[in-house]
Design a protein around this ligand. Structure first.
Ligand code: BGC
Length: 505
């Protein structure tokens, strides 16, 4: 009896020891995992850091590349494309104009009835159509036929309040938000696709000819009067209401900027200098590249596995299409190397682009004590959960990615202001001096559009604060960033009006 008792006690003690050893081992493992996760985060933060001195280097590098891109064709990765827009809307435009806005997974068709300075926009209507994913990587003809068919059915629904002039062709402004080498205001060849489109046949083709041909196949009698990038459309749309608008920036799925440049500061421009003395330059800043850009191995992997490796380096650090996936990649590393979500890696974490930028904005904005929103996103997107301290770490990853992006955008905007001499209070050229004396033009307005800017408050905050830090308070007070929601469609219609074939009538 006693012996059995002793044996049982020994077995019990051994079991307790085993459990304790297991617990200790588990705790040691957890501690090691946590330290590894912290180290991964720190390493990533170091790589993303954007101290002011570094941002100033980015500003200067951008200015240098702007000069190089304006000097000659191919002078820089920054294309600095001539838009052929040398007269921006004035408010005097009249008549019925259409616009087609293609630049992402949705496209818009719209019509406006313009009534000059007094009446302005009498009436407008639009429709938004989503592009089936297969068409984004399918054939050229299929894509343009789909767009032209939607446009034709929109035109067929034209009703009360819209007045095409008898005997005149309807005219259209075509916003095409991809890198295009413009050859005139109404022609241009596609240089490459971005943002998930990949239809190789279209590259090198004149996209206006493609659209005109597709419209003809639909028996739609309409002329493309202006081909514009969405940044240029946004600038034109902003200018219609406010003549201080000098720059436009898109922060959406993709990113880009354009601005009004002095024609005599564009050495590669070989034509007659425009009467206005200036021309809008589509920078295609998504392709900006500099060794000063803060990059990490995560960014290199994202680029290498993208549809366009080696291209759009700046865009891949700052735009809505990529921010979510940068976060996903960091979390995946933490899951693989530090068991952030436990011993099993959630399979959804392996799916590229499954975490979208609106998800990271939602997690980033979560101020609840137990981070409910983070729990929700993890559950819905990755079908997983994480401890509170891990959830805090996830918010930190979102913060790091958004802060870097916003600071770089601020540096980009300051670079443009520097190029056009609007980054100091003292720098006033003659034209500006005249308008200041006439009581106008004291401000420099940046028209901004895109979901990333509109729907990500913390991103906006970082952007504004950094711009103020870079410019200094006094200059920053002269610069206004204005949300110009969906301005690019109206802007294209306005440019169709200011470049109408009937203008001399
Ligand atoms: C395109 C630009 C466009 C920007 C914003 C980029 O991917 O290259 O042409 O303006 O996205 O839509």
């Amino acid at each position: 009896m006693r012996r059995t008792g002793v044996a049982l006690a020994i077995v019990g003690a051994a079991a307790t020891c085993a459990v304790a050893a297991h617990l200790v081992a588990k705790r040691v493992r957890q501690r090691a995992n946590w330290s590894r996760a912290v180290a991964i985060l720190q390493e990533f933060k170091d790589g993303c850091a954007t101290p002011l001195h570094r941002l100033r280097q980015v500003v200067d590098a951008l200015v240098v590349e702007m000069h190089a891109g304006l000097a000659l064709e191919g002078g820089s990765k920054l294309k600095m494309i001539l838009s052929y827009v040398d007269n921006l809307p004035t408010g005097e435009e009249c008549g019925l104009y259409y616009a087609l806005d293609l630049g992402g997974t949705n496209f818009r068709v719209l019509r406006v009835q313009l009534a000059g300075r007094e009446g302005r926009i009498l009436q407008q209507e639009y429709e938004e159509v989503s592009i089936p994913e297969a068409l984004m990587v399918g054939s050229n003809e299929e894509l343009f036929d789909f767009i032209a068919a939607e446009l034709a059915s929109f035109v067929a629904s034209e009703g009360e309040g819209f007045h095409p002039l008898p005997g005149r062709q309807r005219e259209l402004g075509f916003t095409f938000s991809f890198p295009v080498k413009q050859t005139s205001i109404d022609s241009g060849t596609l240089l490459k696709w971005t943002k998930g489109f990949a239809i190789s046949e279209t590259v090198g083709k004149d996209v206006v000819e493609e659209l005109q041909a597709a419209m003809a196949r639909q028996n739609l009698d309409m002329r493309v009067s202006a081909l514009v990038n969405d940044t240029v459309g946004t600038l034109a749309g902003g200018r219609y209401w406010n003549e201080d608008v000098m720059v436009a920036v898109i922060l959406g799925t993709g990113s880009n900027a354009c601005y009004v440049e002095r024609a005599d500061a564009i050495p590669k421009w070989r034509g007659v200098l425009p009467k206005s003395g200036s021309m809008v330059i589509n920078m295609e800043w998504g392709n900006f590249w500099s060794s000063h850009l803060p990059r990490t191995p995560v960014d290199d992997a994202l680029d290498a596995e993208s549809l366009n490796p080696g291209d759009q380096g700046f865009e891949k650090l700052i735009s809505g299409m990529y921010l979510g996936d940068i976060v996903r990649r960091v979390l995946l590393k933490m899951a693989q190397e530090a068991a952030l979500f436990g011993d099993v890696i959630p399979s959804n974490l392996l799916i590229p682009f499954i975490l979208r930028t609106p998800d990271i904005s939602a997690m980033h904005a979560d101020e609840s004590a137990d981070l409910k929103e983070v729990t929700r996103v993890l559950k819905v997107v990755f079908k997983t959960q994480a401890s509170l301290r891990s959830r805090k770490m996830i918010v930190d990853v979102c913060d790091t990615v958004a802060e870097r992006a916003a600071c770089l955008v601020a540096a980009g905007i300051v670079g443009i202001l520097k190029k056009i001499g609007r980054d100091t209070v003292g720098n006033v050229d003659m034209a500006r001096l005249k308008s200041i004396l006439a009581g106008k033009g004291r401000k420099t307005v940046v028209a901004m559009d895109g979901g990333l800017y509109e729907h990500y408050p913390k991103f906006r905050e970082y952007l504004h604060n950094t711009a103020v830090e870079l410019l200094g308070k006094e200059v920053a007070e002269q610069v206004v960033v204005e949300l110009s929601k969906d301005g690019s469609g109206i802007g294209a219609a306005l440019l169709a009006a200011s470049h109408s074939q009937y203008l001399s009538d």
